[in-house]
Design a protein around this ligand. Structure first.
Ligand code: HAM
Length: 449
């Protein structure tokens, strides 16, 4: 296939037939985040490259291998964001959000870019829903953001997912841990891949998330950070667990989680599912108490997480979770002849101004073809206007589900139709509940609203 009609490897389109699912997920996650007090932040798709090298870390795979970096026409090195935390932190500093009441809680849905090897659940352009919370060191905040992710999974009906938590300590405990890792990996240095040999001196923790199979084998026997936590970090981690217990959130402690980005301190966590193959981490996050300072601000403990939306959709699909259907066309107005077509255009506009979805024939099709199109649209009601109807000043409206026909005057058509369609929706809802589907009412309503 010619290059110009093929999307770039690792990118994907969302087609009109599916986009309602994305819209539903995106509005749901932002709304639930809103219930927790998070307000949306929007930052640019590209930032100065240095922001990512400083925050994500220049020994990480993301910075070393995966960034889309280029010089713009002014000679600045810019990078398409590989994740959302760095840009949000930059905006926090640039706009002095630290001077506003703390904690500051922000949420986002953004596209991200990483030059990774594409496979199921791993793309080069993907989307994250994320939250960041600035200005609190309390373990209550760690538990709060974990419970937010947990609520989202619960609301969407995701059950095959489990939470793993760990603490990777503060720079103090990290020093001792680095020494232990260095000792261990030096003893097997010859077996490490070239990248990891470089990491040994600069940042031995990054060896723990190397993807090379033999390095992964060696990592299995490496010392674990939990054995090196200082008293404060240990107490913090224990308190996070107590909050999770208090909220009945199930978790496992996985001392191997270190996350692939350098800014983390103390709590780290991942929600992992075994239902979507190798890329099972749907959500990951943790604390990054040193990042704001690293970027030039004053000490501001912070934390957050991001959920991969494509992975979330894959998971929902594989678990057979039904999302609300796309909103259907409320009314298709067919017409015969030019005069009737003018009237159809006028009525469709009136209906739209009343908040309904209405279409009329903009192709010039025969009546039969118009009705076939209305059927394909799944129009809930249809009306056919001809010269006779214009003269009579009324038009017959057909409920496509029940077959019932009602004559409505052309004057006040939109108001009268609105009343009629609400009555039909209420009757539909009653049937739906009587069918024993009351628990799924939100799905029924999703198709209507
Ligand atoms: P991350 O673990 O690199 O963390 O990414 C978060 C989530 O984004 C992953 O769990 C995964 O679901 C999704 N994801 C990552 N890479 C890809 C990819 N190539 N294709 C599809 N989905 C992907 C972060 O990005 C941190 N900024 C999270 C965070 C926010 N920590 C604190 N605040």
């Amino acid at each position: 296939m010619a290059l110009i009609t093929k999307a770039v490897k690792g990118t994907q389109d969302v087609l009109p037939r599916d986009s309602h699912k994305n819209q539903f997920i995106e509005s749901t996650v932002l709304e639930i985040a809103g219930e927790f007090g998070f307000k949306e932040i929007r930052t640019p798709v590209f930032e100065h490259t240095e922001l990512f090298t400083r925050s994500v870390g220049d020994t990480t795979d993301v910075v070393q291998k995966e960034m889309y970096t280029f010089n713009d026409k002014g000679g600045r090195s810019v990078t398409l964001r590989p994740e959302g935390t760095a840009g949000a932190a930059r905006a926090f500093l640039e706009h002095g959000l630290g001077n506003e009441p703390l904690p500051q809680k922000v949420s986002y849905v953004t596209s991200c870019y990483r030059y990774e090897k594409p496979q199921a659940g791993r793309l080069r352009e993907f989307h994250q829903f994320g939250v960041e919370c600035y200005g609190t060191e309390s373990p209550a905040a760690d538990a709060e953001i974990i419970s937010l992710a947990n609520e989202i999974f619960g609301f969407l009906g995701v059950d095959r997912i489990h939470l793993e938590i760990n603490s990777i300590g503060c720079p103090e405990c990290r020093k001792k841990y680095h020494d232990a890792l260095r000792d261990y990996f030096t003893s097997v240095k010859d077996e490490l891949c070239e990248d990891c040999r470089g990491r040994l001196d600069r940042n031995p923790m990054r060896i723990l998330d190397c993807k090379v199979p033999h390095c992964r084998e060696l990592v299995k026997d490496a010392p674990v950070i939990l054995d090196y936590l200082c008293g404060d970090c240990r107490a913090h981690f224990e308190s996070v667990q107590k909050y999770l217990d208090a909220m009945n959130i199930m978790y496992d402690i996985n001392p191997k989680i270190v996350r692939g980005l350098d800014y983390y301190t103390r709590t780290v966590f991942e929600f992992v599912s075994d239902a979507i193959g190798a890329q099972g981490t749907v959500c990951g996050g943790g604390r990054y108490d040193g990042l704001i300072e690293e970027l030039g601000g004053k000490h501001t403990p912070a934390l957050g997480f991001a959920m991969g939306l494509e992975r979330l959709m894959l998971l929902l699909d594989s678990l057979g979770v039904e999302l609300p259907e796309a909103k259907k066309c409320d009314m298709f107005i067919a017409s015969i002849g030019e005069k009737a077509s003018f009237k159809a255009a006028e009525l469709a506009l009136e209906l739209r101004q009343s908040g309904l979805t209405a279409e009329f024939d903009v192709v010039g099709r025969s009546l039969k073809a118009q009705m076939k199109y209305a059927d394909k649209l799944g129009a809930q009601f249809t009306a056919v206007i001809g010269d006779d109807d214009l003269e009579a000043g009324s038009v017959k409206v057909k409920n496509m589900k029940t077959g019932e026909v009602t004559e409505l005057p052309l004057k006040d058509f939109a108001d009268l139709f609105m009343e009629m369609s609400l009555r039909a929706a209420a009757a539909g809802l009653q049937d739906y509940i009587e069918d024993g589907k009351a628990v799924d009412v939100s799905k029924f309503l999703g198709g209507l609203i």
